[in-house]
Design a protein around this ligand. Structure first.
Ligand SMILES: Nc1ncnc2c1ncn2[C@@H]1O[C@H](COP(=O)(O)OP(=O)(O)OP(=O)(O)O)[C@@H](O)[C@H]1O
Ligand SMILES: [Mg+2]
Length: 260
C-alpha cells in the first residue's frame, strides 16, 4: 500500500521547487552558463544577483522551459520544464522588466488574462482578478486602461496578473528596475509581503544590490558566465541596521567588481 501510494503521489512532494545541477548553456561560441548548480526550496525567496551578461535571464529561460541546457539537469517541482512543460501548467508565473500589459484591456481585464488562458469560468475569473487588484492596492483603478496608469501602477497590474493564477513559483526578472527608487521600494515591499503571506517560492533576478538584500531569504551572487561568487542569507540586522546593510552591500559590490 505504501509503495503504491508513493508511486501515485505527484513527483512534487519533497523535492526543491527549483534545482539546477551542473548546468551549462552555450550559444555558438558564447558560454552563457558554465557548470551552474543551485536549488530553491519551497516557500523560499532567492535573489539572483549578477552583472549584465552573467546569464541571469538564460537561467530563468531554463526554469521556464523556454530553453534546454547544453549540459546538466534542470528540475522544477521534480519535472523537466522543457520536456514536461504540461506538468508545470499554472505552476510557474513570471514578472518581466516591462509590464507587458495589453493597451486595449482595462487593468481588471489585464489581470483576467492568465485565468482566461487557463479556461477558468467567467464569474470566478472576474472575482479573482478583482481580489488581486485589491491586494496590490488598485481596486479603484479596475476600469482604467494602461495609458491612464503610472509606471508603478502598471507593474502592480502585471504582478497581480502573474499571481492571480495562484502559481507555486514566481519568477521575477528585473521587474522593479525600470521604476524610480521610491516607487520600486514600495512595490517591492508590498510584493514580498504578499509572496511571504501566500508562501510562494520566488526567484528574483536583479542587478540592484539593495533590491536583493531587502527582498530575499537568500542571495546568490553570480559572475559571468553564471559562476557562483557568494551565497548569503540576509539577517534582520543586514536589512535594518544601516551599518550592517552597508557592509553587506559593499561585500556584494566587491564580488561583482562594482566600484561605487
Ligand atoms: N539566444 C541567444 N543567442 C546567443 N547568445 C545569447 C542568447 N541569449 C543570451 N546570450 C548570451 O548569453 C550571455 C548571457 O545572457 P543573459 O541574457 O542570460 O544575461 P543577463 O545576466 O540576463 O544580462 P542582463 O543583466 O543584461 O539582463 C550573454 O553573453 C548573451 O549575449
Ligand atoms: Mg537579463
Amino acid at each position: 500500500m505504501q509503495a503504491e501510494l508513493m508511486q501515485t503521489a505527484p513527483k512534487t512532494t519533497d523535492l526543491p521547487a527549483i534545482q539546477l545541477q551542473h548546468v551549462g548553456v552555450t550559444f555558438g561560441d558564447v558560454v552563457a552558463i558554465q557548470n551552474l548548480s543551485f536549488a530553491v526550496e519551497r516557500g523560499e525567496i532567492v535573489s539572483f544577483l549578477g552583472r549584465t551578461g552573467a546569464g541571469k535571464s538564460t537561467a530563468l529561460n531554463l526554469i521556464m522551459g523556454n530553453l534546454a541546457p547544453t549540459r546538466g539537469e534542470v528540475r522544477v517541482m521534480g519535472f523537466d520544464p522543457k520536456a514536461e512543460f504540461q506538468q508545470l501548467r499554472r505552476v510557474i508565473a513570471v514578472g518581466f522588466q516591462t509590464d507587458r500589459l495589453m493597451p486595449w484591456r482595462t487593468a481588471l481585464e489585464n489581470v483576467e488574462l492568465g485565468l482566461q488562458i487557463l479556461h477558468e469560468e467567467k464569474t470566478a475569473t472576474r472575482k479573482k482578478a478583482t481580489e488581486w487588484l485589491a491586494r496590490v492596492g488598485l481596486e479603484r483603478a479596475a476600469n482604467l486602461y494602461p495609458h491612464e496608469l503610472s509606471g508603478g501602477m502598471r507593474q502592480r497590474v502585471s504582478l497581480a496578473r502573474a499571481l492571480a493564477i495562484d502559481p507555486e513559483i514566481l519568477l521575477l526578472d528585473e521587474c522593479f528596475s525600470q521604476l524610480d527608487h521610491v516607487t520600486s521600494q514600495v512595490l517591492r515591499a508590498d510584493i514580498s509581503r504578499l509572496i511571504r503571506e501566500l508562501r510562494k517560492t520566488c526567484l528574483f533576478v536583479t542587478h540592484r544590490i539593495d533590491d536583493a538584500i531587502e527582498m530575499a531569504d537568500r542571495i546568490l551572487v553570480f559572475g559571468a558566465p553564471a559562476k557562483l561568487l557568494l551565497e548569503h542569507r540576509p539577517t534582520e540586522a543586514d536589512r535594518n541596521d544601516p551599518a550592517a546593510f552597508k557592509v553587506l552591500h559593499d561585500l556584494i559590490a566587491e564580488k561583482l567588481g562594482i566600484v561605487e
